[in-house]
Write a protein that binds this ligand. Structure first.
Ligand code: GLN
Ligand code: ZN
Length: 748
């Protein structure tokens, strides 16, 4: 038997995205939207027909956490006047005066969920209609459904408690609502199968709720459901221990990202439970090595009754693209190494057959094919680049030559910027004309002369504008970039891009992560031409702009045949080469963006140190080529730095710019507490909103900054790149930023 934890919902050709955006724009009626959702579900179930169950309620018009909040009636007060889809999309996207609920990353994936807001004043009202509808649809089509439901513990732990109510009170109230929801579902069928998703268990014990796990799951099992509890993204030994003592039917474990789960097997066997063994990778895109997987299963079955092993994906396939069918342009050999959601279901079926009946005639051909693909992937010259491998083995620089306190003096002499220097984070507005220019060039509709002239003109305008308003350190504006990772991936060796490999990021938004299939190196300069062109236009300093190795890694699908840290190191060396070329061409400040440094953090505390060690090493490997007088900046888009502020300092970037204003100046407290030695530019206004900050506001913000950091250490900048904004917003905002800074400087 085999199952998948869940299937991607956006559709083969992003039909859901199109339907949603059509509906929001008023071009599609509600019933048209719902019809296309229904068609998607039916289509997606059809691929699951040979599995033990089809997954019901993995579908969502926006997000499953939001679905559950709505099913429980956990509606924030500001939305209570609304109902149905207006309410639902309102919570996700904001509605008139009511700001949207926050969104945040689903564990360490790039999927974002809508954060439920819970309060003691919640008046839970159950609405099981979505689940019932989808269940009945699957039944009517003749399928055997399992209902996917986010577990009570994961739901509560990921919610935000908004009015200081204690956890226990919230938990007790919510549990009651959750159980009422289950009672509604029970009316569908007294022997319903429910898959409770509890990835929160992968984070390890949590005092707030670990003592409640047994009771809750015993009570759920007592309702008569066939109860499966799955956790994923890491090992979940502590929770498994507890779950083994309950009366639930089965436990799902991730053996890919939580190898340690193996040590639960004996206990699990004794408990008599079914094991849902997560062995097909749900969040990466490589063809499985079925022979190895089969060996693994055989090894498990020495300790665990074979007839109680159900094969499963490691997590929901939500995190993988739909299918390889539409990849017509990719190199055929590389394509053969990939496996997207649909192909993963086929792998499961093949593996199950081999596990149950051996490798008989009916599967022999596919089995051999899988073997050949894996063999080819190992030895292909496309993957292996001897020069890169040798370079990795050669000890190289991992530290700047001169310590910060000395090199910063040199830099001040060399760069001669005033106190409270003003700058921006890199990108300027991406106008429709700019997008069209890049598209036309990509499609071959214009030649490179016209394209380059267009980009140069844009850079010229950016430089002129920055000079005119009096910014101190200028940028070229990044007009040549579609995306901060894609731009570099396209020029690095070892990367490939799919045509249709979309993965949902949130709501209707999808991303197409680059695929790192082989050894990475930088065959030629990537940004040099634009940076030097920009610098040639002005006497002021133009900051070179790169994306850092850790961010490139964390936003890509990474090869799984060598360590992530090794891949990252290869990227780091490529970035180092670029930094060296830039500084030799006269670029004096270089920013290495690490927007995704934080999101690579492991889920379990015990693994943090290892990640920090290699991530730091990679960043420093890329920046240590900088001469003492070359100033290295880095940028991070967030400010939840409480626990990692020392690591951030250890990056040893001369200047770091970060978000501050949006998160209510939380960060300033830490600076005040710990003391921070390097220079820093805490964003003085929020670029995520179209609002134009006034000079007074910015002055106020700068004064707050000056309360915690000396003026010699501070830079003044917005909190992120400006590419999503319009020029009408950017121009007055930056003028105000410069003017506000001047006023403060005059008084200082
Ligand atoms: N330099 C990039 C920009 O300005 C940084 C973007 C980011 O941090 N997300 O767009
Ligand atoms: Zn940013």
């Amino acid at each position: 038997m085999s199952i998948i934890i869940g299937f991607p919902r956006v559709g083969e050709h992003r039909e859901l995205k199109k339907a949603l955006e059509g509906f929001w724009a008023g071009n599609l009626t509600q019933s048209q939207l719902l019809r296309s959702a229904k068609e998607l579900r039916a289509k997606h179930w059809s691929y699951q027909k040979n599995l033990e169950y089809v997954s019901v309620n993995d579908f969502s018009l926006y997000d499953n956490m939001l679905d559950l909040a709505c099913a429980l009636g956990a509606i924030p007060r500001r939305f209570r006047a609304y109902k149905d889809l207006e309410l639902y999309f309102g919570m996700a996207r904001g509605l008139k005066e009511s700001v949207a609920c926050e969104m945040t990353k689903w564990f360490n994936t790039n999927y974002h969920y809508v954060v439920p807001e819970l309060s003691a004043h919640d008046d839970y009202k159950i609405d099981a209609s979505k689940i019932i509808l989808e269940y009945n649809e699957a039944k009517a089509l003749g399928y055997r459904p399992k209902i996917n439901l986010i577990g009570l513990f994961t739901f509560v732990a990921l919610s935000k408690i908004i009015d200081g109510t204690d956890f226990d009170t919230i938990f007790t109230n919510l549990k009651q609502a959750y159980f009422q929801l289950l009672d509604e579902l029970k009316k569908l069928d007294t022997t319903l199968t429910i898959q409770f998703e509890e990835p929160i268990f992968a984070k390890g014990t949590d005092e707030r709720f670990y003592s409640k796990i047994k009771e809750v799951y015993d009570q759920i099992a007592a309702k008569g459901f066939k109860t499966i509890v799955v956790s994923y993204f890491e090992q979940s030994l502590e929770a498994t221990d507890i779950l083994c003592q309950t009366n639930i039917e089965g436990i799902g474990l991730d053996f890919l990202y939580g190898e340690k789960n193996l040590s639960s097997l004996e206990l699990l066997a004794k408990s008599g439970k079914t094991l849902y063994a997560g062995i097909i990778d749900g969040r990466n895109i490589w063809v499985a090595n079925l022979e190895k997987k089969l060996q693994f299963l055989e090894q498990i079955s020495q300790k665990f009754p074979k007839d109680k092993i159900v094969l499963s994906t490691s997590c929901s396939l939500l995190h993988t693209p739909f299918s390889k069918d539409s990849e017509t342009n990719m190199d055929k050999e590389i394509l053969s190494w990939l496996s997207f959601a649909r192909e993963k279901i086929q792998e499961l079926e093949l593996l199950e057959s081999a596990f149950k009946n051996g490798i008989n005639e009916s599967i022999k051909q596919s089995w051999e094919q899988n073997k050949a693909i894996n063999q080819n992937r190992k030895i292909s010259p496309k993957i292996n680049d001897k020069a890169t491998q040798d370079r990795l083995l050669t000890p190289g620089k991992t530290q700047r030559e001169v310590a910060f306190k000395d090199r910063i003096k040199l830099q001040h002499q060399e760069l001669a910027y005033p106190i409270l220097p003003t700058t921006t984070i890199g990108s300027f507005p991406q106008t429709p004309q700019l997008r069209a220019l890049r598209q036309d060039f990509k499609k071959g509709q214009i030649n490179s002369d016209i394209y380059e002239k267009g980009i140069q003109d844009y850079i010229k305008d950016c430089i002129a504008f920055q000079e005119e308003i009096g910014l101190d350190v200028l940028v070229h504006g990044e007009p040549e970039r579609n995306d901060m990772v894609e731009y570099f991936g396209e020029q690095l060796k070892g990367f490939v891009f799919s045509q249709n490999g979309w993965v949902q990021s949130y709501g209707s938004r999808c991303v197409k992560p680059p695929i790192i299939f082989g050894d990475v190196s930088r065959p030629a300069p990537m940004t040099l031409k634009w940076a030097t062109y920009a610098q040639s236009l002005t006497k002021k300093i133009v900051k070179g702009m790169l994306t850092g190795p850790v961010t490139i890694l964390n936003w890509s699908f990474v090869r799984d045949d060598i360590q992530r840290s090794a891949v990252c190191k290869q990227i780091a060396l490529g970035i180092a080469d670029e930094i060296d070329d830039l500084q030799n061409a006269g670029i004096k400040i270089i920013q290495v963006d690490e927007a995704a440094f934080k999101e690579g953090y492991p889920l379990r505390k015990e693994n943090v140190k290892t990640y920090e060690e290699w991530a730091l090493l990679c960043f420093k490997t890329s920046t240590s080529v900088a001469k003492p007088s070359t100033q290295i900046h880095t940028h991070m888009c967030y400010s939840e730095f409480n626990d990692i502020i020392k690591t951030i300092e250890d990056l040893d970037a001369d200047v770091i710019s970060i978000e501050t204003a949006r998160s209510g100046n939380e960060l300033l407290k830490i600076f005040a507490q710990v003391g921070y030695s390097h220079e820093v530019g805490p964003g003085v206004y929020d670029i995520h909103s179209p609002r134009i900050p006034t000079q007074e506001e910015i002055i106020k913000q700068i004064k707050l900054l000056l309360e915690v950091l000396p003026k010699e250490q501070l830079w003044i900048n917005p909190d992120c790149g400006l590419k999503t904004r319009k020029w009408e917003e950017v121009k007055p905002s930056l003028k105000n930023l410069v003017q506000a800074t001047k006023q403060i400087r005059d008084k200082a």
